[in-house]
Write a protein that binds this ligand. Structure first.
Ligand SMILES: Cc1cc2nc3c(=O)[nH]c(=O)nc-3n(C[C@H](O)[C@H](O)[C@H](O)COP(=O)(O)OP(=O)(O)OC[C@H]3O[C@@H](n4cnc5c(N)ncnc54)[C@H](O)[C@@H]3O)c2cc1C
Length: 317
């Protein structure tokens, strides 16, 4: 029986919780093989991170080409694995790296691709939420191996643990995948906060912060949350573009999204509409984002957030 492949998702040498979500979704379709693409000499330690119970098998490929040639080397190897293993599907995390790898694999394998899925069923039907969250689409790849990218935080990972079998494999990277070289890369500055697309809670600030993210950050820290921002805030240089949520930023689906001084433009909604619970803090009662809110506070964020932070911190002590 052919298995379902997932590309194990790592930040540095640490596996992300998205890997468990990919494994959980993939296990609905069959046995799960997690592919680990590791720098030379690190395969065993990467593989030891994969203790999720839905993973039955780990396929480790070690090569420094993954550092030198980045996405093209990853796609090259995955396409070769698909050619030899003929899996039922390949699931990859839906972030910038994952989507680029998935697109390249789909081209190489002449397969259909579905990106930004929020769920995948046992027959590889993917669910997507499109048009700023107003429409739910179910779709299936009709040609080749289904290549599906799954948004982090959208599938609840089961908590089983296990000990998968580990296999090492060697693949040559083709010359055509060596046409661009990664000259340097730096890990993102985490600053102690969780990664935006992985966070269970996000507190975001918009133009209403007037450039002062202090209250937003303090509230985020009280909750152990990541900090997001609207494009108005990132374009103004108030917060890094890497924290932008929305159509031209990151797509997030946390358990809780707190929007502070953000009006609710369609382009912002597109990136956060699938959040499980949405709290809106805005001094304008007509702000469109209140339409999406599970809980709304009409008020000045500089008055509301310090009180909320105080309340959360008091409950912790
Ligand atoms: C092609 C394209 C792509 C785009 N992509 C994105 C994207 O990815 N992400 C994104 O966010 N935007 C995106 N935009 C921009 C988007 O259209 C909006 O301009 C932007 O989201 C507005 O940001 P904002 O809500 O912070 O600002 P505003 O719309 O100016 O809203 C500020 C809000 O803050 C409130 N406020 C002011 N002061 C306070 C206070 N003290 N306390 C509480 N509330 C207060 C106001 O009442 C207002 O509702 C895109 C636009 C285009 C054309």
């Amino acid at each position: 029986m052919s298995s379902v492949l997932i590309l194990a998702d790592f930040i540095g040498a640490k596996v992300t919780k998205t890997t468990a979500e990919l494994a959980t979704a993939a296990s609905r379709m069959g046995e799960v093989t997690a592919v680990v693409l590791a720098p030379s000499g690190l395969g065993a330690s990467y593989a030891s991170e994969l203790t999720h119970g839905s993973i039955t098998h780990v396929l480790v490929v070690e090569s420094d080409s993954f550092i030198t040639y980045g996405v093209s080397a990853a796609a090259d190897v995955l396409a070769q694995i698909i050619a030899t293993k003929n899996p039922k599907a390949l699931l990859i995390a839906s972030h910038a790296f994952g989507k680029e790898v998935a697109a390249r694999v789909a081209v190489k394998c002449n397969s259909g691709i579905i990106t930004d899925a929020v769920d995948v069923s046992d027959d590889a039907t993917a669910t997507q939420v499109v048009f700023g969250g107003s429409t739910t689409v179910h779709s299936k790849v009709s040609h080749g191996t289904p290549i599906i990218t799954l948004r982090p935080n959208t599938v609840e990972a089961n908590t089983n643990t296990g000990t998968p079998t580990v296999e090492n494999a060697v693949f040559e990277i083709s010359e055509s995948s060596k046409k661009a070289i990664v000259t340097s890369s730096e890990p993102p500055v985490q600053g102690g906060r969780p990664e935006l697309t992985e966070a269970n809670i996000i507190v975001s600030g918009g133009r209403g912060t007037n450039g002062d993210f202090g209250a937003v950050e303090a509230f985020a820290d009280s909750l152990g949350a990541a900090v997001g921002a609207s494009r108005a805030a990132t374009d103004a240089g108030w917060y890094p573009h890497s924290h932008q949520v929305g159509q031209t930023g990151k797509t997030v689906s946390p358990q809780l999204y707190v929007a502070c001084g953000i009006s609710g433009a369609i382009q912002h909604r597109a990136g956060m509409q699938t959040s499980k619970a949405i709290v809106v803090i805005n001094k304008d009662p007509e702000a469109p984002l209140f339409e999406l809110a599970d809980f709304g506070v009409i008020g000045d964020l500089f008055a509301v957030l310090p009180k909320a932070t105080e309340g959360v911190n008091a409950r912790k002590s």
